[in-house]
Ligand binder design. Structure first.
Ligand code: CTP
Length: 398
């Protein structure tokens, strides 16, 4: 619930602005008061009348509107909220924020504020992938701005990829996580999840049976405690949770690069089932059975992401948590793995087929740390995730 929370909603000029109308409705349903601000460009997509009707409040539009300055200066407007939400955060708005420009009401409010800011980016996939946007994103995150989305999918411009604004309910979840003071509020956490796909040729790949369920549950539990979560996921069966920043990858190398881009973090949880090997030289053409006969695949080792991050001299997260999927001598193997990789904790589980854990809804884990092995009862993957998130919160607080 968001009762008595005050949200200043800055609506940028993008087609996703229509979703912000629903966002206003969802926030008000939960008891929040929404003060809307429209950029000039946003008025091309939604009308001030519909925004103010849904918000039940005046819409602020112009920096030089003297009536507003007399009623409530822009400084005060920016500070009287519990949270400023920028949705859609266009490439232009993100650029202005990152550069510290104050050229219109929206950017001036964002410069004048000491209130936490949450952005929901929305733009064309090429604009999102552009180095300038990625640079701005990194800058904003370093400045403490929280980001929800964007998600991947068909876009209004006809292209496909990341750039779609998160759905209103996902933005609401991120707002709730930020405003309901959880013990991980202000902490930035990284979670890797899912399998990786290692290409053989453009249509074939090597994969594993990880569903991504445990990683998604951990990311959700951390976000529920107020953490900002960067969720780096391979092609998983389960959808990513709401309220986290999703980075979709396919291969181990891409996952490794995405992890590097997410650092620094306060803690990293490495739940992905990363392929240990890849095909040394994947073909860029489909291998033909008639012409090429049996393929002679040569393998090469993938980067061990957990090990590399655990052993970083500079920028090692204060807490690094790995997973170990074992089929025998679980404690012994996982204890050795913790030392070999250099991580702080290992959550070990028995994935021998008889347990039904791989791909199932439950997990039975043993937490290995420098104080020994702690056996948890067999629990649902969500409950395992909640226990782990609570332990992480304790460790980061202590
Ligand atoms: N991991 C990783 N990068 C890899 C391989 C594994 O980050 N290339 C991480 C996993 O996310 C997990 C942990 O390392 O947290 C354990 O992975 P596992 O595959 O069990 O370890 P291995 O070193 O491959 O050990 P073994 O194959 O001997 O069981």
């Amino acid at each position: 619930m968001l009762s008595s929370k005050r949200i200043l909603l800055i609506i940028g000029g993008g087609i996703a602005a229509y979703k912000s109308l629903d966002l206003i409705r969802r926030l008000r349903e939960r008891g929040a008061a929404v003060t809307p601000v429209l950029t000039r460009a946003a008025e091309e997509f939604v009308t001030p009348l519909s925004v103010s009707a849904l918000a039940g409040q005046k819409v602020y539009r112009d920096l030089f509107d003297l009536t507003d300055e007399a009623e409530m200066g822009h400084i005060q407007l920016s500070r009287s909220a519990d949270l400023i939400v920028v949705a859609p955060a266009t490439a232009d708005l993100m650029g202005k924020m990152a550069a510290g420009l104050a050229t219109d009401l929206a950017s001036t409010l964002l410069m004048a504020t000491d209130t936490p800011v949450l952005c929901a980016p929305a733009m064309n996939v090429r604009m999102w992938d552009h180095p300038a946007t990625q640079r701005n994103l990194k800058q904003l995150q370093e400045d403490g701005v929280r980001v929800v989305g964007p998600t991947e999918g068909d876009m209004a411009c006809g292209e496909y990829g990341p750039g779609r604004m998160s759905e209103p309910l996902e933005i609401v979840a991120a707002i709730e996580a930020q405003l309901t003071a959880g013990p991980l509020l202000g902490k930035r956490l990284l979670v890797t999840s899912g399998p990786t796909h290692e290409p053989i040729d453009p249509v074939r790949y090597i994969a594993n049976r990880s569903s991504g369920a445990q990683g998604a549950a951990v990311a959700r539990a951390l976000a529920d405690l107020g953490a900002e979560v960067i969720f780096v996921t391979g092609p998983a069966d389960v959808p990513p949770p709401e309220g986290v920043q999703v980075v979709s990858v396919e291969t181990a190398q891409q996952m490794s690069d995405a992890v590097d881009a997410a650092l620094p973090v306060d803690a990293g949880v490495f739940a992905a089932a990363v392929a240990d090997w890849r095909v040394a030289s994947a073909s860029d053409k489909k291998l033909k059975k008639s012409r090429d006969g049996m393929p002679d695949l040569e393998f090469t080792e993938n980067p061990d992401i957990l090990k590399r991050v655990s052993q970083l001299d500079v920028g090692r997260p204060p807490l690094v948590v790995g997973f170990a999927a074992e089929t025998d001598n679980v404690v012994e193997h996982a204890t050795a793995k913790r030392l070999r990789k250099g991580c702080d904790w290992i959550l070990a589980n028995d994935v021998s087929p008889a347990t039904g854990i791989m791909g199932g809804s439950e997990n039975a884990v043993i937490l290995i740390s420098d104080s020994g092995a702690e056996e948890w009862p067999r629990l649902g993957k969500d409950e395992v995730a909640r226990r782990l998130a609570a332990k992480i919160a304790d460790a980061l607080a202590g």
